[in-house]
Design a binder for this molecule. Structure first.
Ligand code: NAP
Length: 247
């Protein structure tokens, strides 16, 4: 039986991806900052472990407890929407600590066992904002563009060990907790000089258009994990696919 370890399974894309792999008879190590068994269906193939990707000792504990892992899904991430002028450096550092450095640290922790077994797949969840730039997302986009560059270079050095690295690029997923979690961190509001732009951005979101559902992301992660012919960058969701085609 194959084992997948997924980060950030308390909600959204990570939770749905954990369900998707469970439904397909995989052993699933669902990791969360605050572990909760009740968000997933009971299964003897499910283990829920505590993991904060910004905490090296938490990473060490979780990877040791998990044992052999065939697929690592680096999904944990946080959002931030503001003009650069409304983005304190502390917020920028927090974004990079979680979205970029946390993902790198998790990859580093899992890689030795994959290299030794000469098998394994690392799936990194990035974002379609790296395909089509949007305003008020400069720092978030930078944290995900770094993930793209990291993954594409890493894939080249791991090919000799038959270990794969892939990117999944979801579009906007309004059904996850991402927006609420980001808003909880954004307590200082937007700088006055950007008020018109902020209004235009929010108005744009009210217009009907394609979005990304958690199931789109789970399917894309599954394909990235199980289909060796999958492209390096896999857009997930109708809006992400459109952004990739427009490039
Ligand atoms: N929703 C979107 O519009 C969208 C679009 C493109 C890409 N993405 C990316 O998709 C991924 C999943 O996002 P989502 O939409 O599913 O959002 P979500 O519902 O907020 O889920 C994010 C998950 O990451 C976890 N997390 C945050 N900081 C963490 C840390 N330090 N250590 C471990 N886990 C941590 C959260 O756990 P807690 O419950 O403990 O906070 C949560 O389980 C993220 O990488 C995000 O950047 C989202």
């Amino acid at each position: 039986m194959q084992t997948v370890l997924i980060t950030g399974c308390s909600s959204g894309f990570g939770l749905e991806t954990a369900r998707y792999f469970l439904d397909r008879d995989w052993a699933v190590v669902a990791t969360m900052r605050q572990p909760r068994e009740d968000v997933l269906p009971p299964s003897d193939r499910l283990r829920v472990l505590a993991l904060d990707v910004t905490d090296p000792s938490s990473i060490e504990r979780a990877v040791a407890e998990a044992g052999p892992i065939d697929v690592l899904v680096n999904n944990a991430g946080i959002g931030w929407l503001n003009a650069l002028e409304g983005t304190p450096m502390a917020a920028a550092r927090e974004l990079f600590e979680t979205n970029t450095l946390g993902l790198i640290a998790m990859t580093q922790a899992v890689l030795p066992q994959m290299r030794e077994r000469r098998a394994g797949v690392i799936v990194n969840v990035s974002s379609s904002v790296t395909l089509q730039s949007l305003p008020l997302l400069s720092v978030y986009t930078a944290s995900k563009a770094a993930v793209n560059a990291f993954t594409e270079s890493l894939a080249l050095e791991l090919a000799q060990f038959d270990v794969l690295a892939r990117l999944v690029l979801p579009g906007r997923g309004p059904d996850t907790s991402f927006g609420d979690n980001a808003r909880a961190r954004m307590t200082d509001g937007f700088p006055d000089a950007y008020a018109d732009l902020v209004q235009r951005v929010f108005a744009g979101w009210q217009e009907a258009g394609p979005v990304t559902h958690s199931s789109d992301v789970a399917e894309a992660v599954w394909r990235a994990a199980t289909d060796p012919s999958c492209p390096m960058r896999l857009p997930a969701g109708a809006d992400a696919v459109a952004a990739a085609e427009a490039r």
